[in-house]
Design a protein around this ligand. Structure first.
Ligand code: PLP
Length: 458
């Protein structure tokens, strides 16, 4: 396929370096290396401006669940834009696309959640849950319940509240975050932090940090606990099976709201509609985005349990919160078309009954590579821990100032694969339309990159 633009890659890179400030990118490194210019995509494959094809092991940024090139979504958005390109959902207004999408979402939501509040991103969704959860306790005449408990190394977005709820030390250090009213406990990351403990015991111990934090802060002061069912950006941290049952017990027994950030885990990624289904979590609020439109148009939302919705609607009346583009018609049209594809093609069931097992097997085949300390998957999320000694879980020392993860990531690209590095954890989250052959290809390309890494360390 030819690129849509006529500029050379060098011209694009020069213009980009001069005018475009990139998210989460080291500007000096970017200027030295040049951006990777992606000009088109189809299915699970990206095409660079120079015509090279890359297998997209990350579904963009964990979002292109139905794959690239879906004419149904393009057509639905074009149709909607011709009919009603914009109208708002404030002040007693709605439009057919918002109503239809909200209803369709309620059909796939957990049974106790029948309403959605529309936002434009995962960060905005988490800003919304922060405000809504506090309003809920105000409505119940418990205004002291303001404190949020999140986890270290969690990612909940880049807005002030999203970054505060998240536990990314580097983000906090740059702008004096978190804001007051947020406390962090440990993450259930056995490979990185479990030491000599057994994973099941470690999972329970990390969950019980929540109970200890509630005791220390005082139950009357705690509003909610927020967590991703599986931490994505933190390095695809799949919790031990003991973790979520214990967290659920604590939230049930203590009077605090449970908020699941489903921005990555939602829309089929773990083999069920929600990561919460996979771990039998019953959240009060769920933040959603990404797979909601498969990234074709920006959109996010909050799924609200009937218990919270009824209290707030009854007592607060108006919730003074909303975004100009909440329920944007084009985004709703994209979301509806995306949901139709997920349902008609049974992509969630396909992940659960077929792809999860197929990927798990292919991925497990990498576990014996000398550079790999652990290979883990859940649904279509996967991680490889790079290590020099898998039994001792010993990390590789940087070579020539470059960490093993960053080197492996570059080797993946050289081998035609996009895999992301979080420190020395390599992660994948491919589109849900990936075929068996493409999973084999993904594993084969990852192995070549690992071989290259082994050569560099030889
Ligand atoms: N929550 C989680 C779990 C995420 O992974 C992300 C983004 O990666 C966000 C929230 C923020 O979403 P956005 O980038 O759309 O603001």
């Amino acid at each position: 396929m030819t690129a849509l633009n006529l500029r050379t890659t060098a011209e694009i890179q020069a213009s980009d370096a001069a005018h475009h400030w990139h998210p989460f990118t080291d500007t000096a490194e970017l200027a030295a290396k040049g951006t990777r210019v992606i000009s088109s995509a189809q299915g699970c494959w990206l095409t660079t401006n120079d015509g090279d094809r890359l297998l997209d092991g990350m579904a963009g940024l964990w979002c292109v669940n139905v794959g690239y090139g879906r004419e149904e979504i393009v057509e639905a958005v074009a149709r909607q834009m011709r009919q009603l390109p914009y109208y708002n959902t404030f002040f007693q207004c709605t439009h057919p696309a918002a109503t239809e999408f909200a209803e369709a979402l309620s059909e796939v939501s957990p049974a106790h959640m029948s309403r959605v509040f529309f936002t434009n991103s995962g960060s905005e969704s988490n800003d919304t849950v922060f405000r809504l959860a506090r309003v809920y306790w105000d409505c119940l005449d418990k205004p002291s319940k303001k404190m949020f408990i999140g986890r270290r190394n969690a990612y909940h977005g880049s807005s002030v509240i999203g970054a505060s709820l998240g536990g990314m030390g580097a983000m906090h250090a740059q702008s004096g975050l978190p804001v007051p009213g947020v406390h962090h406990i440990g993450q259930p990351y056995w490979f990185g932090e479990g030491g000599e403990s057994d994973p099941a015991e470690f999972g329970r111990a990390r969950a019980r940090e929540l109970e200890a934090a509630i005791d220390a802060i005082g139950e009357d002061n705690v509003c909610a606990f927020i967590a991703e069912p599986i931490q994505g950006a933190g390095g695809v941290i799949i919790p031990p099976e003991t973790y979520w049952p214990e967290i659920s017990r604590i939230c049930r027994e203590r009077e605090i709201l449970l908020i699941a950030d489903e921005v990555i885990c939602g829309f089929g990624r773990t083999g069920n509609w929600w990561g919460s289904d996979t771990y039998a979590i019953e959240p009060d609020l769920m933040s959603i985005a990404k797979g909601m439109t498969s990234g074709y148009i920006p959109m996010g939302g909050v799924l609200i349990s009937d218990r919270v919705a009824e209290v707030v609607a009854h007592k607060a009346g108006e919730f003074y919160h909303g975004y100009t583009y909440s329920g944007h018609p084009a985004a709703c049209a994209a979301g509806l078309a995306n949901l139709r594809i997920l349902r008609e093609e049974k992509l969630v069931e396909r992940v659960r009954d077929d792809l999860a097992g197929y990927l798990a097997k292919a991925w497990a085949g990498l576990a014996d590579h000398p550079m790999v300390g652990e290979a883990r998957t859940k649904g279509l999320l996967g991680a490889l821990e790079l290590a020099s000694d898998s039994a001792a879980r010993t990390r590789l020392a940087p070579l020539d100032g470059m960490g093993a993860g960053a080197r492996c990531r570059d080797l993946c690209v050289e081998n035609g694969l996009v895999m992301r590095a979080v420190g020395d954890t390599m992660i994948i989250s491919p589109p849900l339309v990936i075929s068996h052959g493409e999973i084999d290809e993904l594993a084969a390309r990852a192995r070549k990159a690992l071989d290259g890494l082994a050569d560099a360390y030889a």
